[in-house]
Structure formats: C-alpha cells, structure tokens
Write a protein of this length. Structure first.
Length: 141
C-alpha cells in the first residue's frame, strides 16, 4: 500500500509546557494530510459541500509512541482502509523526518451525509468513482 505524505515543521506554538507537541496538534496534522490527499481527487470538504455532501468525522483514534519537539520536521503518512460500509477510513503514521521513527499512529472514520446532515447509507456513484480513484492511487487492497 502507498501513502500520501505531508511534511510539517513543528512550530513553537504547537509545543506544550513539557516542550513536546501538544496531543491535539496530531489531529490537526491528520486533517491537513487527509485534506491534501482528498483534494487530489476532488473529495476535499469544499468540493463535497459544493456537490451537496458533508463527510463528518465520527471516530478518531491516536496512539502516541514518541514525542515530537520544537523544530522537528515530521512526515504524516496518510492511507486508507477498504470498508464494506458507506464510510471512509483513513489511517495515519507520524514519523520523525530525520530518523523515520514512528511518533504516532491513528485512524479516522468518516460518514457521508447530505447537506442537511442526513446519513447516507449508499455512497452516490459520482463520489464512489472519486473514492475508487483515490484507493487505486493508494493501492488499497
């Protein structure tokens, strides 16, 4: 399986009192990388809203392994998992750019709704085609 990679340099404003990246910023990094990937396939939130859909997060998981520190450069690797349900499952690994040591791993699950927030149990064909292209790009099995 391939990944989409996003690089981020840890900023002073992302560090907490203990001089490590505050845990909530990892979720921001997940979102940044996921949206970069989705944009390539016209699946980013703005394009989906224009088409009349929303893709809210319904579940988040994050496991912290090692801390990121000020001025570290990190790589966020974003992938996908196949699902039998009408949802999208993204996976993440945050690595230290220099050592490639895994700092955190995570997963988000998203559902598809109409613009009023009504849950869709089937993904419309036009959106499913875009998802299929993204999964093909990522070589999802």
């Amino acid at each position: 399986m391939k990944f989409h990679e996003t690089r981020v340099k840890v900023r002073f404003t992302e560090v907490d009192l203990y001089q490590v990246v505050w845990h909530g910023h990892y979720l921001s990094w997940f979102e940044l990388s996921r949206n970069e990937l989705a944009r390539r396939f016209e699946l980013d939130p703005l394009k989906l809203m224009e088409a009349g859909f929303l893709v809210p997060v319904v579940e988040v998981q994050c496991q912290f392994k090692e801390p990121a520190r000020p001025n570290d450069e990190v790589i966020i690797r974003t992938g996908m998992q196949r699902s039998e349900l009408a949802n999208l499952i993204f996976t993440y690994a945050v690595l230290h750019a220099e050592t490639e040591k895994v700092l955190a791993t995570g997963r988000t699950i998203h559902v598809l709704t109409d613009s009023k927030g009504t849950l869709l149990y089937r993904i419309p064909e036009a959106i499913q085609q875009r998802i299929g292209k993204m999964m093909e790009y990522l070589e999802v099995e």
